[in-house]
Design a protein around this ligand. Sequence first.
Ligand SMILES: O=C(O)CCC(=O)C(=O)O
Ligand SMILES: [Mn+2]
Length: 202
Amino acid sequence: MDLFAEPQLPLANAELSFYPDWLDAATAAQWLQALVAQTPWQQPRLVIYGREVTVPRLVAWYCDADVRYGYSGFTHETLPWTPLLAHIREDLEQRLGQRFNGVLLNYYRDGQDSMGWHSDDETELGRNPVIASLNLGGTRRFDLRRVGENRIAHSLPLTDGSLLVMAGATQHHWQHQVAKTRSLCTPRLNLTFRLVRPTHEH
Ligand SMILES: O=C(O)CCC(=O)C(=O)O
Ligand SMILES: [Mn+2]
């Protein structure tokens, strides 16, 4: 890792750190191949304004046995940690000094797979959640806009082996998306590690 590169992105009311070289290429390739093959992918349907839509990507949710988490209007089927995912979690926890008890896998098969504008602001995540987002495979553009504005204020390419950490008040002031694109892109796997609080804490 380049010790002189400043990971902090220059956005007001946000705590965003980007580490482009978090993983070496061989590790990233190995994890991508294994995770794509061993994950029981789901494509949930959810109801938006009374219309049933299919989520435009494949997902899977792994967490500790005691975690309850409803995400974006639907409850994921809960999977137990695999040895590889437990290893990745441990590596992140050690290097970031932050605990996580769940990870959402998002698999973008091609440019038509996407994730719409949102903040990761579910109450289960607590007031100022730390979310560690690991990227494997094809590069996709990650956009940020201020809550209440349409204009994209900042974009960055989430490249293979990179890590984006969102912390502090970021989710109160900013939304993010991974938009559809007509450009050719190879499959991309994103893992967002989260710490879900017990429901009785709030
Ligand atoms: O794929 C990404 O980089 C975004 C994932 C995301 O925002 C989420 O899982 O909440
Ligand atoms: Mn998100």
